[in-house]
Write a protein that binds this ligand. Sequence first.
Ligand code: MTE
Length: 328
Amino acid sequence: MPHIILPPSWRIFDRLATPESVYLQAVSRRSYLKLLGAVALLSTGGVSGCSMPVSEEEFSKSPKNFEFSDVDRQVYPSSPNPEFQLDRAMTEEHIAAQYNNFYEFSEAKDDIWKRVGGFKPRPWTVKIKGLVKNPQVIDVDDLLKTMPLEERLYRHRCVEAWAMAVPWTGFPLKVLVKKVEPLSTARYLRFTSFHTPNIAMGQRGYGPWPYTESLTLAEAMNDLALLATGIYGHPLPKQHGAPIRLVMPWKYGFKSIKSIVSIEFLAEEPATFWNTMAPSEYDQVANVNPGIPHPRWSQATERMLGTDQRFPTQLFNGYTSWVGGLYG
Ligand code: MTE
């Protein structure tokens, strides 16, 4: 079945929709000029478009983009949690691995898996700081050894209206939150990705790099909020956000920040990457909701990667029984 790629809907023109005054608060004038250059390049077709995914057989011959460390060998595959079932076929691994959003590496979704080779997800630490009793720097291997890893089948819904259904391996974010003991003044968490523009070419261009995202403390404590270290029974490939990423299945995919280096507990809601770039298009809460169209397209239906099958979008991506109470 041909894999039809949606137009790259939210990349460049979104940012042009942002008033210059707002935009300049977030990025330097120099970056802004680079952005204008990028727009000119795009409008003359200077950036390659999307291509068809390679077959499963061909994909299996390409670099895997993940390795098993000694610790990984002990924890994968992790036991499935039967509480999380899918209402549709699981997305094939080679399809999910070839269609990604990871703006640090490329704006072309079909290209990212080919561009992450230089990225090194080990050694890797996550710094936990801010309004907590036990700030700490934790090695990702120590998290693998000490956290209750399990496999969960989740639906993933991108704000662009494509969707997938995949098995993540990870542990509930709330376990880590409890471990660091937030102070009573902590109300938000800010997650930050790595910043290495010499390896991640996208970070040489426009944007308030590094990529950041935020949650309320209540959202972080919800059972569904997952810190994933693996997918399809093995460590995360680089294009999916190795070695550790957030997975928030009731929110649009941009909240599920990849390759996290720090988590900061704050009293006030922080600015985030997409919300700074285009506040009128990407709100902070970003819950999946078919009744609220994106300013430039409908959110009524979603398209599954690989099959192109369309499903009606569900409120909270179908996870109302878990999270509906958060937003009363
Ligand atoms: N995290 C970082 N650091 N950089 C990104 O560009 N893209 C987000 C999210 N996390 C992104 C990110 C978006 S828009 C989506 S839809 C998901 O990652 C895609 O995850 P996947 O590529 O593993 O399917």
